[in-house]
Every structure is written in C-alpha cells, then in structure tokens.
Design a protein around this ligand. Sequence first.
Ligand code: AP5
Ligand code: MG
Length: 216
Amino acid sequence: MRIVLIGPPGAGKGTQAVRLAAHLSIPHISTGDLFREHIDQGTELGQHARTCIRDGLLVPDEVTIGMVKERLARPDAQGGFLLDGFPRNLAQAEALDGILVDPESKLDAVLELEISEAEVVKRVTGRRLCRMDRGHIFHVYFNPPEVAGVCDACGGELYQRDDDREATIRQRLKVYRSETAPVIDRYQAQGFVTTISALGSVKEVLNRALRSIGKE
Ligand code: AP5
Ligand code: MG
C-alpha cells in the first residue's frame, strides 16, 4: 500500500507509523527523522534543515522534495510505503503527484489523525525519543519507559527534541494550520482522506487506523 499519514505535530504519527508499517510490511518514511539523521551526520542538507526545525518552520521545498524523491526511488519503496510528515504544503503535494505519476504507483489512502491542540501540547512536551532508534518513542506520563531515561526496546539513551518546547510547538501548529491543512482539503477533494481520532491508547488508535484502511 501507498499511504500518507497526516496530522498535527504530536498527534502520534511516528508512534502509529512504526506499527502500521510493520503490520503492512512497508517502509516508514518520516521526513522529520530523515532530517534529524542528516543533522546528526553533519551533512550539508542537515545544516540547511537545522535552523528551520529549531524554529518550527518548514525546511525549504527544494531541499525536502529532492530528499523524498531520492528516498522513494530506493528498491524497498517500490512495493509501497508509509509517508509520515510529507507532503506538508501544496507544492509538496503536487511534487508527490509528479513522483507517483505512473498509474501503478498511485496513493491508496491518506490517513488523517485528528486531535485538539491542547492535547498536542501535552503529548509533545512529555515526549522522549531513543538516540539509537527514533522509532522508539516514549512519553514521561502517557507511555513511560520502565527505567527513566532508558529505552525499553534497546537500552538507548532517551532525549527530548530541541523543537519540543511549548513556544516552538505553538509555531509548528500555526504552520500546520496555514500550510498543511490545505493539503488535507486537496486530498479530500480527490476522495482519498480517511479521518480517525488520535485519542485513546496507542493500541486503540492502531486498531482504528487499520480498520479505516481495510487492513484489520
Ligand atoms: P516532524 O518530525 O515530522 O514533526 P511533527 O510533524 O511536528 O510531528 P511530531 O514528530 O512532533 O509528532 P508525531 O505526530 O510523530 O507524534 P509522536 O508519535 O512522536 O517534523 C519536525 C520538523 O521537521 C518540522 O517542524 C519541519 O521543520 C521539518 N519537516 C519535516 N517534514 C517536513 C516537510 N515535509 N517539509 C518541510 N519541513 C519538514 O507522539 C508524540 C507524543 O505523544 C509521544 O511522546 C508519544 O509517546 C505520545 N503518544 C503517541 N500516541 C499516544 C496515545 N495514543 N496516547 C498518549 N500518548 C501518545
Ligand atoms: Mg513524528
């Protein structure tokens, strides 16, 4: 399947994407995670992305679209993928249409996670990520690790993202409303969007997501 997972920052996209991708045997492609890898590796692309991410702004399209195009061209993405965090504005949605122009490679679903901004702020400010594997996502209250600061899955050190401060979250939500909400409207007009609530336990949301795409 070719799926776009969309929703505000902190809705639980990464948490669900890892589980959905494993269930569906497709790669999870998160533009945020790709940028963070580039930043850690000190690449030129990472240097372009760093200040935008820190300030809660979108990384310029010319950097982002090229990176996604390259990732989608790899062999593991030929049979399907789950995109998390892309497209995030109308120019990126148009670019994705261009990348998936072959009728065989059309999107199957756009899955929207719905959540209030108040809930997002609670989720994001308590989030902790594993340094060894960013798919291992915790929350100090909602999904705490057994030992504080240590990843249950691999023993990696847990850390807080630089852009998870409340002021930056507010900025990211503003960008979401102005730039990303129109992408949902665009896909809605094409009849692609399935919207589910992001509230409830991780397992409940996962079951809801699988049901909504007919893969329960
Ligand atoms: P990105 O990394 O994509 O961040 P985001 O969209 O802001 O979303 P988050 O990763 O913050 O949240 P999430 O929905 O994945 O939630 P999570 O599962 O972690 O992007 C970061 C930056 O990169 C952007 O601001 C931008 O600068 C740049 N960027 C990325 N893509 C770009 C693009 N296409 N174009 C331009 N720039 C781009 O969960 C959050 C917390 O909630 C966790 O603590 C988790 O444990 C907890 N949680 C999850 N589910 C539940 C649940 N059911 N109940 C209780 N708690 C839960
Ligand atoms: Mg994420």
